[in-house]
Design a protein around this ligand. Structure first.
Ligand SMILES: [Zn+2]
Length: 76
């Protein structure tokens, strides 16, 4: 039997995105909080659109809620 990590393949797209990063969350270098997945992710570059995207839900770092929740990490 193949081992499949369910959490990796399920796209948990929150209907109501997080407004703040939980205080217990620890972000490593390059990680941003995905308000739709409710976890730290490394946004990957989308060369076609010239943006960065969450590898799980595909939201771009130009998204309003992504910017809001990562206020301290994204330079404006
Ligand atoms: Zn996401």
């Amino acid at each position: 039997m193949e081992q499949i990590d369910m959490f990796d393949i399920i796209n948990t797209k929150n209907e109501i995105p997080d407004k703040k990063i939980p205080k217990t969350a620890v972000l490593k270098k390059k990680e941003l909080w995905c308000p739709y997945c409710s976890k730290p992710v490394i946004f990957t570059a989308d060369r076609v659109l010239g943006v960065k995207r969450c590898p799980y839900c595909g939201i771009s770092n130009k998204d309003y809620n992504v910017k809001m929740v990562n206020d301290r990490w994204i330079k404006r």
